[in-house]
Design a protein around this ligand. Sequence first.
Ligand code: GLN
Length: 450
Amino acid sequence: TAVEIIDELAGSIETRHGALGAYLSHDLEDARKAAAAADLSLPLGGIPVGIKDNINVLGQPCTCGSKFLQGGYTSPYDATVIQRLRAAGAVPFGRMNMDEFAMGSSTENSALGKTVNPHSADHIPGGSSGGSAAAVASGLAIAALGSDTGGSIRQPASHCGVVGLKPSYGRVSRYGLVAFASSLDQIGPLTRSVEDAAMVLQAIAGYDPRDSTSLDAPVPDYLAALDQGVAGLKLGLPKEYFGEGIDPGVRDTVMAAVSKLEKAGAEIVEISLPHTEHAVATYYIIAPAEASSNLSRFDGIRYGVRKGEGDLLEVYRDSREHGFGAEVKRRILLGTYVLSSGYYDAYYNRAQKVRTLIRRDFTEAFEKVDAILSPVAPAPARRIGVNADDPLQEYLSDIFTIAANLAGICGISVPAGTVGTDAAELPVGLQILGPHLGEAALLRIARAAE
Ligand code: GLN
């Protein structure tokens, strides 16, 4: 029964979770109740799904990996994706660790605990959806939801060896997702297989009048075309994604996956995305700008912690000083700086123009090819702690994932193999990027690469 599945999973978490740090919390009684009521004839009937801790589930905590919301906030409603999961029979189970407010690529920025890579406890699981990826990879979740603003589903999926899908902007409702950068954020699945990713996407995709950026476009049957193969498809290799700075082991593993698709009948062609080199700089202006605005709601009055004895300004200052971690403060400072009146044109406006050029690169590429193949990250998971004092180095590791968010297109990370390092065999993902609302083809190619 569905209740037995929940009990068994809870038992596994009890005995095997240990130092993994993937779950921040789980509410067994709530999940058992939902499981008892679940209709098993539905597509996800009785299936527990781990939820990144920035997606609201009625009656559950939603900490965003931050001290700001720890212990002080309980969700008064279900996010639209949660309503849809429930309608498909699934049982939201567990709050997954994450970089604070989804800012990071390692889950080390969580203020609430460490998550390690299931393949090596000395290595990061990736981030910001590191808890979701680590739980699925270690068999402590069947599927999980993450959010991807600049790679936070695809990169941890790649580092942990699972499938991670970032849907096209507007495909999945953001209602009930705590906003980081609203023009970039999308919710998507992390799963063990491409088929599972298709099933979860099927459940959560679609128009939502409560998210004004959600698209009123029909949702195709993602499972129907899954096994149709790649014969006759044209797949592009962007030369800017295979140049200097990429780990040779990652390049070889990705190229082996490319060969597999070629053998399966796809035509491989070289393409160019000429503005790639500006993607990191553009993203790290736009995302912090939007974050600085979105996070102004955390003022010590409305949500979570309240500090400060004196006047209103002191409450704001002390609550934010106490509640936010270093990376979140850095983003707020960056964001308010680029939006300030003297610098707005030089930074924010210019970044928006470059964003248009990056989007145009993809539009032109998709006139020539059906999808684009690339690495997800320039290197396998790094050791924990290495970039602690070097945020710029950390930002640069997002180079292959963030352009998709700037352009609003869809992308998936599918396991391509492992790379041997001095410490362990670490997974490496193949990234497949598709045109806006091209998820069906994306899944089909990913299935052939699996
Ligand atoms: N690593 C990127 C950042 O720190 C992306 C994070 C994400 O996708 N949420 O902003």
